[in-house]
Ligand binder design. Sequence first.
Ligand code: NDP
Length: 683
Amino acid sequence: MLDASQPMRLQSYLCGAWRDGRGACKPLLDAATGAVVAEIDASGLDMAEALAHGRRAGAALRAMTVHERALMLKAIGLALLEQKDDFHALSLATGATPKDGWIDIDGGIGTLLNYASKARRELPNSRVLTDGLTEALSPDNSFSARHILTPLRGVAVHINAFNFPVWGMLEKLAPNLLAGMPAIVKPASQTAYLTELVVRRILATGLLPEGALQLVCGSVGDMLDHMTGQDVVTFTGSAATGQMLKAHPEIIGNSTRFTMEADSLNACILGPDATPDTPEFDLFIREVMREMTAKAGQKCTAIRRVIIPRAQTGAVRDALAARMAEVAVGLPGDKATRMGALASLAQRDDVRAAIARLQAGAEIVAGNPDAVRVASGDAERGAFLNPVLLYADQPLAAHAVHEVEAFGPVATLLPYDSPDQAIEIAALGKGSLVSSLFTNAPEVAEEIVLGLAPFHGRVMIGNRDSAKSSTGHGSPLPMLVHGGPGRAGGGEELGGMRGLHHYMQRSAVQGTPRLLAAVTGEWTKGANSHDGTHPFRKSLAELRLGDRIVTEQREITLADIEHFASFTGDTFYAHMDEDAARANPFFDGRVAHGYLIVSFAAGLFVQPDPGPVLANYGIDNLRFLTPVYPGDALGVTLTCKAINPRADADYGEVRWDCEVTKQDGSLVAQYDVLTMVAKEWKG
Ligand code: NDP
């Protein structure tokens, strides 16, 4: 259990030890009560040595396969889940209600676990990733190319925002560690105590190689002076700080990758069809309210601009105002509280100042930023603020609304006169993380989403059919891209396995296929092949890349085609009607079914006895390339192309290159056959 009776002195974990800063500590106050929760300082710590330590640690991560890293993340995620009550208890001090804490803590751990399982499903159990297919560069297959992805040899430095002390760290760490790169996390000071606790618990598992994760609680000092072209910096926070750091001479001079996620003036659009009598109208109101109040509006994805048909202005304003009046603001741990506190009194000052700036082109129509009403707690000592709604009658001229991010429970109503204008208003935000559209009309969805997409990293469509299943406007999901162009920072995070690429170098490798196969761990056409024992008789212990079977030929007769047609019910004219088939520009008469070819191919290459091949789980990249006529003879070459033993099972996946040819050598069909094969087989 945590001892909440005295402030914690936060430490940094650098170069293998927990360290105190050498300067005076800054107190960190509980957002809702004003009590001192923790003290922070990292001055005087050796950031150059921390980077060097991290870079050395990269070797241990790179020595692991992707699946081994994924299993490590899974074990860490499960260990954190068991301790989440401690994290939730401390999270209250950030001003977050338990529901807000769920987004941060459970959402963060969930992201880690999602990555751990997705990586094992979607990536090979290897140390190198490939990107795309083999590019043949010579007619005789003696020179080809593959794109490979290898982990960068530097350190990923994550400079995070105060609003998600757990999720903000884990959503970056998951793809970062999976890619095989070490990390240094620098949480925003205001809520660093929660990040520090989670890092302590991660390190206590003993699962990470030493140096794979370091932590700076306090200022990063001169760290950026020591950046190299192999390092990565990710930043989440204000555009002003982000742009300043991005322009650091070492970042520019070394072309250090810099991913930024900053101020984003996300919009939510009510479709012209979504009148007050439709379910979409109610869903829209609910979504805007949720986004204004979740985390007290301190979410990078929160709805700031509410874009509505001009005719609905009164209805939307009244519906939102009525709901806003019901929002109980108070102590985050109080059961009656709907919305907790902002992160700090300074943050509340910032939000009030931002509201004042918004009033250059907009007026407050509900809520009062200066007179705070709380259901519990002290309205002045705690960083409380009631929701505030503004209205800008001329959105195209209300510049501040599209420039100023009030990072709190604040949104502005912006009426539009046509769908085109709704898109124009949204685009004035100059690039956002996410916008949503509430409509039930396909033509509205098409027009507005295609208009919004170039300005957004994510667009959500809400309607009655997805009301129960929708994950909502504000939730970045591990499998979907998170980031946005322009003002939103121009960065991209998450996006499933795409997220790993930010920590890896993509290289085109050219060479002879035999050597490319050695580099990539995947057989490619032109590389060595081995005949002999049927490869279906070999377990993973014996199977080698390039093991293959070249089958006998089998003639296809008209009777085969007719039998297949009547047996399967596929009596498509190209198989059954000579004249109609001839009239088809692709055929010179009746042809064999594509699926007949695939079925006969299996009949040719399969070894039928019980053996190490456990199951066929699919086919990839199937293409039919040359028509097959009655009298043609088919043969198959099946070659072992990729072997992926599972780290946590007694079998693995084997990918086979399958080429079906006919008597004249022309390629009839090409595809990958996917099978599960036992690691050991005592037949
Ligand atoms: P900052 O940009 O000040 O801080 C973000 C991160 O950068 C923190 O970790 C901070 O550390 C760090 N940092 C600040 N200065 C430096 C520096 N010179 N060198 C290295 N790191 C530095 O943003 P805030 O957290 O104060 O939030 C301010 C505003 O940013 C909010 O009001 C909101 O408008 C916006 N914001 C936007 C987010 C988004 O994703 N859209 C998310 C969060 C904030 P430290 O805390 O120790 O100073």
